[in-house]
Design a protein around this ligand. Sequence first.
Ligand code: GLP
Length: 251
Amino acid sequence: MRIICVNNYDEMSEKAANILASQIILKPESVVGLATGSTPIGMYDHMVRAYESGKISFQRVTTFNLDEYFNLDKNNPQSYYFYMKKNLYDKVDIPNENINIPNGMVEDIERECIRYEKEIRNKGGIDIQVLGIGRNGHIGFNEPDIKFEALTHMVNLDEQTIRDNSRFFSSIEEVPTKAISMGIKTIMRAKKIVLLASGKEKAESIYEAIYGKITPTLPASVLQLHPDVVFVLDKDAAWKLDSKELDKEYL
Ligand code: GLP
């Protein structure tokens, strides 16, 4: 595990975008796992700029998103499909057929979950997976639980997650209570993982993820077992960590 600690949100975004861009430069046909939420928006912005300046192309890249709300039309501005189009896909040269997001509108959810897993496998697995982290330590929509859910599955969202995500909706009643998410094994099979976190409200879950017991009650703690994971944190998200272990860039 590496922990890169930078000064602020923009430096975190730029650093993460540089890591992703390097992956795409080294392997133009990379399979990239992507995340949503407010944290990676700045990273996507830097990725778009890298594309516009000709540094990278998404022509041969395949993407798989971590999750999607259940029963929210993809044209709803709060859907993760809409988010991805707005922040990345509509702004770069990725072919539509290379974009994969779980479909939360299908009748047979179980079948959709199996299809999603198969697609990932058919593409040879994920080369690099981007993650954010919930205040409760969730990754993707893998909520605190008594067990790790292995593969893509339907989730009942945690009350805290519903409350946290209600800021994007006009009322808390509009927040979906279910979602489809890659499972812990799906995420852990990625060859590399980059987790981004910014702000003091993430400091506790970051601390627990890195130093805490490996437990499904804090899903991100499982990342301690991944052979190639990097946490890119701003100093607010990192303030509880032991400074000796950080690759600091803000001193
Ligand atoms: C959301 C997403 C996660 C994301 C997390 C944190 O619910 N499903 O993938 O990492 O919550 O969101 P934010 O970056 O807005 O704090």
